[in-house]
Ligand binder design. Structure first.
Ligand SMILES: CC(C)(COP(=O)(O)OP(=O)(O)OC[C@H]1O[C@@H](n2cnc3c(N)ncnc32)[C@H](O)[C@@H]1OP(=O)(O)O)[C@@H](O)C(=O)NCCC(=O)NCCS
Length: 180
């Protein structure tokens, strides 16, 4: 599927996005705080597009002005995300390239994908987590309307070869409908 917001297009990743992806994902300020390693080459980014980013409900965040990706967003299902979640629930994840931080792109993309989760996928709740200290992600989640639910200690982060504390927030269908 493809979604449009005021400034963005959310669309499937394509092989020819690899150079743009590498441009942003090689920056150590992006992946490690979210639990994945910095990309090492355009070939590495292409491999990620063909594997991780080819999963269902994973979208490039592209600027409407030129359709080039500046970040990624996706919905994870039970078993794929940070926390165990129910079969009718999803977990939202996102990142935006450093030069594009601070323009509200992550919240804008998130709100559209959350609408998709409730309206088209019939989700009963959307979860979103962040690792301890990731205040920018925490802030995005507050702005979107998530509320704190619980903290998980000793969460294994295999891609980072690390163990971390994760804070989990939730947006229920009831909360979402009350805001519409
Ligand atoms: C978290 C992230 C997606 C936010 O994306 P964004 O499009 O910049 O989101 P916003 O513009 O709404 O900014 C969110 C907050 O980040 C902080 N921020 C924004 N620009 C910043 C910058 N250039 N430098 C430092 N902090 C900045 C601000 O606290 C801002 O909150 P505010 O709007 O109340 O000022 C982005 O910082 C990112 O990709 N970080 C690395 C990966 C990551 O953490 N992903 C989430 C995993 S849980």
């Amino acid at each position: 599927m493809i979604f449009e917001t005021e400034r963005l297009i959310l669309r499937p990743w394509r092989d020819n996005d690899a150079e743009d992806l590498y441009l942003y994902a090689r920056d150590p300020q992006v992946g490690p705080i979210a639990g994945w390693p910095t990309h090492t080459s355009v070939e590495n980014s292409l491999e990620i597009i063909r594997t991780v980013f080819s999963k269902p409900e994973t979208y490039a965040i592209a600027l409407k002005s030129d359709d080039r990706p500046i970040g990624s967003i996706g919905l994870l299902f039970n078993g794929d995300g940070i926390a165990p979640i129910g079969d009718t629930e999803v977990e939202l994840g996102f990142w935006v390239g450093v030069p594009h931080w601070g323009h509200g792109y992550a919240p804008e993309a998130s709100l559209r994908l959350i609408r998709h989760a409730f309206d088209d996928l019939n989700a009963t709740a959307v979860w979103c987590g962040y690792y301890d200290g990731n205040l920018k992600s925490k802030r995005v989640q507050e702005k979107i309307g998530f509320t704190y639910h619980h903290t998980l200690e000793n969460v294994e982060v295999p891609l980072a070869n690390d163990v971390r504390t994760a804070h989990m927030n939730i947006l229920t269908r009831k909360d979402w409908e009350a805001k519409q």
